[in-house]
Structure formats: structure tokens, C-alpha cells
Design a binder for this molecule. Sequence first.
Ligand SMILES: *Cc1c(COP(=O)(O)O)cnc(C)c1O
Length: 309
Amino acid sequence: MPSLGHYPTPVEFLEPFSHAGSSLWIKRDDLTHPIYGGNKVRKLERILVRARDNGATTLLTLGAIGSHHVLATTVHGRHAGFQVEAVLVPQPRTPHVVETLEASLAAGLVAHSVSSWARVPAAIARRLGPHTAFVTVGGSNVDGALGYHDAAFELAEQVRQGQVPEPDLVVVALGSAGTAGGLVAGLASCGLRSRVVGVAIADPPILLRAIALRLARGCVDLPRRALAERLLVETGFRGPGYGFPTARGEEALQRASFCGLLLDPTYTAKAFAAALDLVDRRAARTVLYWHTLSSAPMAPLLVGAPDLE
Ligand SMILES: *Cc1c(COP(=O)(O)O)cnc(C)c1O
């Protein structure tokens, strides 16, 4: 199978947000795919190959109703010829959440909704079958994290070519932890000194950290300590919890929009707020914000979508 995404994704200097002595850069993983990009594309690379190699015809996954992972799995899984089903759990409704769900349904998702996370395991168990590949929440198994291990090597090559200075800190949203875990593994092995700041957007942060490090250890054969020292977890931007917009996130979202950078309230507004805070405090010389939200236009994905408003 040829690769799903378009790599390398660009790196750019975010001049308007930089200061003398502390510069902000962006890694444009919003551009991983022209139809639906974002971080889930890299994770799906190996997940789809393995499902096909195992003879699966259906992908079964789960997520919150506005899950980008569910949308990415539906768009790219359907394109690869799979039937795609997901068990969906409620989350605070924002226009972005509703639009993402509508797009998933328009892309052919077979949705099974349940009232809480506690009901997910039974709903999954009922639908597992011999030709069904289960894809874990956020696509964050080792196969998924390996996509971000590879992405760290892609960044190292861009540093080598002089496209971006070597980052001191790489800032990324920390949700199901595959992105941060894979980056930790890749950065610890690709020759860069960069550390990852995982901006916790869910609870509890200590568990997110443990999951990220477990995934990192699944990607590379390095001592736990070598990985643990690469990962800092930032807990100050989560607000009341997963999916709840925050004032600092909204402010970051506004500031980013002046420069044409689109953020979402659940993940990237909080991560970008943390990145801005680091450069505003001159906490590091070079901060790389790793953008994880698709910037592909939503309108084509909404053609034929049910209206859920
Ligand atoms: C899923 C997602 C994340 C979180 O990535 P994880 O690997 O689950 O930690 C961050 N940003 C966006 C936009 C996402 O959709």
C-alpha cells in the first residue's frame, strides 16, 4: 500500500508570535492529506495495512461524537475499501463537534451511540467478528504511534536541511497519547535533543503520561528513563475537562485566526495556548508547535450530510 499521507509536511516560522530570544515554529500536520488531514493520517498508515493483511473487511473503532479519529478512520478506511463502524460517546457540543459528526456520517460511518464511556466495552464486544479489525481510541496503539516515531525522523531531516532550527521544545496536544508517545520515541532515536511538551486535554494527566511512555517503549528499544526525560506534561491548559472550551484556548484561537491558522476548542486551541505561553515567557529559544488539526475544507465532506443542529 502506498503511503496515505503527503510527506514531509512543511515547517514554518510563526513570526507574529515570536520574540527576540524565543521563536515559535509550526509543523503543518494539518496538511497530511488534502481531503482530510491532521494527526490521525500518520497513525492510520500502519493501522490500515495491518487490518488489510489480517483479512479484515470492517474497521470498528470508538470515540467521542466529534472525534477526528472517527472521521479520519471513516474517510481513509472507506477509501481503502473497508466498512467503518464506531461506538460513539457524548461530549460537550460545539459547532465543530457537530460538523465533525455530520462529516463522519456523510463519509459512510455506521454509528452506534452509547450513553457513557462505561458502556463502550460491551458495545464493542457485541460487534467484534472474524473480519473486523478493532482500532483503539484515537488510533493510539503502537502501530499508530509509529507514525509519529517516523514523523520525528522527518523533522530531523528538515532540521538537517536548515528548514527549521533544532527545537528545544515540541508542543503537541496530549489526548489518547499516540502522537506524543510516538514523537518521544522518535526524538529519542533520531539525533535531535528536542523534548516534547504534551498539553493534557483530558484526565488524569498522570495516566496520559504513563500511556504515552508505554506507547513510546513499544516503538523503540530504549530504557524507560531515556524516554521519560523527553516528555513533559503540561496540565495548566485543560480547564474543566475534555471537550470544554477554555478562555485561554479561545484567546489563542482568536490570535491564531488573525494569521489564518485554524484551531479547534478541544485540542489545538489548548496546545497552541501553551505554546504561546512558552514563547511569551521566553521559556526556550526555539519552540515548535506541532499542528494536529486538519485544515482541509469541510464543505466537500459535508455534501449529503444529515443536518444534526
Ligand atoms: C486526536 C487529536 C489530538 C490528540 O492526539 P493523540 O494522539 O490522541 O494524543 C490532537 N489534536 C487533534 C486535532 C486531534 O484530532
